[in-house]
Design a protein around this ligand. Structure first.
Ligand SMILES: [Zn+2]
Length: 174
């Protein structure tokens, strides 16, 4: 599948294979194996915790349910664990905002644009495909490259996250 078609499908369904908000960490580890890296959010607590699988980073809450998935769009393509296999799609060119919106329109998926200025300049296209999930396509701004050539907004990360408040228990003792 072409990269943009695949990304639009994620925007339209709120899932990437078995990866969807609320999926238990045990399901992910059973399918993907042990992560290449793990990272605690708070040093004193085992969970919440990030599990890294190549270009895919997954944040699980204290109940060990998926809170957020971050997919890095790298120049060499999208690298995802796929039931033990690495699937790599190589884009012919950077995924620009017009390319992505055309793919979303093709998938019949509406989106909303929000700009964020707090951490550099970011522009995010959000979709809300199913209750409880939202997908953000994060673009970095033009004019940030040193080459002097004008650069369009290009896709840097894709974020899949829980869209509803989740009643996660407080960590014990704090
Ligand atoms: Zn929780």
């Amino acid at each position: 599948m072409e990269l943009t078609t695949e990304l639009a499908a994620i925007g339209a369904t709120g899932r990437l294979g078995i990866v969807r908000p609320g999926v238990p960490s045990t399901t992910i580890v059973a399918a993907y194996g042990q992560p290449s890296a793990e990272e605690r959010v708070h040093r004193a607590h085992e969970w919440p915790r990030w599990l890294h699988y190549s270009g895919l980073r997954l944040l699980f809450c204290r109940c060990r349910l998926l809170e957020t998935a971050v997919v890095e769009i790298r120049p060499e393509g999208l690298q995802l664990p796929d039931a033990g296999h690495r699937r790599v799609d190589t884009p012919a060119a950077p995924v620009t905002e017009p390319v992505m919106t055309a793919a979303l329109a093709g998938a019949g998926c509406p989106w909303e644009v929000r700009e964020h200025w707090n951490i550099g300049r970011d522009r995010i296209l959000w979709t809300a495909p199913v209750p409880g999930a939202e997908v953000g396509f994060s673009f970095t701004g033009p004019g940030l490259r040193a080459s002097g050539r004008p650069v369009e907004w290009s896709l840097r990360t894709l974020v899949l996250s829980r869209a509803v408040e989740h009643d996660c228990p407080e960590p014990g003792g704090t």
